[in-house]
Design a binder for this molecule. Structure first.
Ligand code: PPY
Length: 306
């Protein structure tokens, strides 16, 4: 039974994602995304489940930066989880009396309309996770009057649900990934995704276009691209790419080998089955048999068989 670290405590959305990704895993709650990933790196856990992006705010930047700078880990699964937020408070609390709200930053950005409409005078403070906020609010001497978290967190920590489904949109989805220390990759399924981090060798006109060309000419469809600051002053960035396909696919292998040739550093973050099961559209001339046939043809040319 694998031991999986996650952003805890009990009752986070990440825990829900972990339960769906691996119902039999032993769960190891951690205080932060970094702590969960470090547990996987050190061997305290066999892997970790962390949030990567959501459909409203985009990237969870702590996760992206950990993947880029921390000891290498490989993504081996992803999950898309619809999330719904509740306003939770100690029983007896009424909404007009709420002055201090505690929740995870991703929940703040996804509940902006409710907060400004129903809690216009409240101060909203960032918590390590939604469940950590609910746990804190449940303490009798807590400086916070309410938490925004999953309904199940309210039930777990004995809070009353003052309002349900308070997200700006009811169809918000968060993407979670399961990672482990480098090892054998999941097999290609025909509906896979690959994730990379790319650092430029040097800054020059067209550097981004050159990277994109490696994907474009091999018919590899990107599904996410982010730039993140390297930390070396304003204007210095590195890039995250998600794209369709598995590194075992010829077009994907050729594209990332091309990036390796032209970029400063390419960090491979994994090839894994897509949660939505969507199969890539394969452009003419970019299937595995077409790459193999072209390789055979080149070998014949090189040996003088024209
Ligand atoms: O704090 C949590 O419960 C998490 O798992 C992070 C998070 C927060 C808000 C939306 C999705 C994930």
């Amino acid at each position: 039974m694998p031991r999986l670290a996650y952003l805890g405590p009990e009752g986070t959305f990440t825990e829900e994602a972990l339960r769906l990704l691996d119902p039999t895993a032993e769960r190891l709650p951690c205080a932060t995304v970094s702590a969960a990933l470090n547990a996987a790196r050190s061997g305290d856990a066999d892997g970790a489940v962390v949030p990567l992006e959501n459909s409203i705010e985009g990237a969870i930047t702590t996760t992206l930066d950990e993947f880029a700078w921390g000891e290498p880990l490989l993504i081996n699964a992803e999950l898309l989880l619809p999330v719904q937020f509740s306003l939770l408070a100690r029983p007896g609390t009424e909404i007009p009396h709420i002055k201090r709200v505690y929740t995870h930053p991703a929940a703040i950005t996804q509940c902006r309309a409710f907060i400004s409409r129903e809690l216009p005078d409240a101060v909203v403070v960032a918590a390590p996770s939604t469940a950590a906020a609910a746990q804190e609010v449940s303490l009798p001497g807590s400086p916070y009057d309410a938490a925004i978290a999953a309904r199940i967190a309210g039930e777990h920590y004995g809070l009353a649900e003052l309002a349900a489904d308070i997200g700006d949109r009811s169809d918000t989805v968060t993407r979670f990934v399961k990672v482990s220390r480098p090892g054998p990759l999941p097999e290609a399924t025909g509906s896979d995704r690959t994730t990379l981090v790319v650092f430029l060798a040097d800054d020059h006109p067209g550097a981004l276009l050159e990277m994109l060309t490696e994907f474009s000419v091999r018919g590899v469809n990107l599904t996410r691209i982010e730039s993140r600051p390297t930390g070396d002053g304003i204007g210095r960035y590195f890039f995250h790419f998600d794209f369709e396909g598995h590194v075992a696919d010829a077009r994907v292998g050729e594209a990332i080998a091309g990036l390796h040739r032209i970029c400063g550093e390419v960090r491979f973050l994994g090839s894994y089955p897509r949660a939505d099961g969507v199969a890539p559209q394969i452009k003419r001339g970019t299937s595995d048999p077409e790459f193999a046939e072209a390789g055979d043809w080149l070998a014949r040319v090189r040996s003088g068989q024209v």
